[in-house]
Design a protein around this ligand. Sequence first.
Ligand code: PRP
Ligand code: URA
Length: 209
Amino acid sequence: MSKFTVVNHPLIAHKLSLMRQTETSTKDFRTLLEEISLLMGYEVTRDLPLKEITIQTPMCETKAFELSGRAIGVVPILRAGLGMVNGILTLVPNAKVGHIGLYRDPETHQPVEYYCKLPQDATERRLIVVDPMLATGGSAVAAIGFLKQRGCNDIKLMCLIAAPEGVKAVQKAHPDVDIYVASLDERLNEHAYIIPGLGDAGDRIFGTK
Ligand code: PRP
Ligand code: URA
């Protein structure tokens, strides 16, 4: 079974409370999402392997560490996942970015695929799939399935808010994919929206409603 982590940090909790509030502006919502993504990125990258190297300081030669192992790829699920990309890129500026386009059919709540463009060397990278909302899990399960079909096998999922149903669905379909969230909320409503949640993340990021 994969690892499920709620990233607990006072700054994340405070910023997420601001994001949830109806009166928070589009501009503030976007900024807060980017800031939380950066803070969560610290936890998501915690197990990156290091190798020992020898360096020269102005004082002496010493042993130090540098990142080794796979390069990083960030894969936002369009649209709302775009709001989490810059936070990770601030931490890992050399990461490449792939895009997967999915939307939830409003009637069936099933994900519909409309776009996929990945870095050429995606199969050699550690991929961090990002999407603020993990509701039924349908979108994340499909996006990760997409990546696996293309040969990617080192994948983590980072979301802002999850419903228990979504976590279960991803763990069942992709037991090798660790999941990181800022909050595990109570439940889904009858329209498959997360309660208490924050409403429609894509609309709040881009000001489309
Ligand atoms: C939202 C959200 C996830 C999905 C979560 O996207 O950003 O991708 O719903 O729901 P699920 O877990 O039930 O699949 P939406 O379909 O609203 O598209 P958008 O990002 O373009 O707004
Ligand atoms: N997508 C959203 O943007 N919000 C939800 O609560 C569920 C799915």
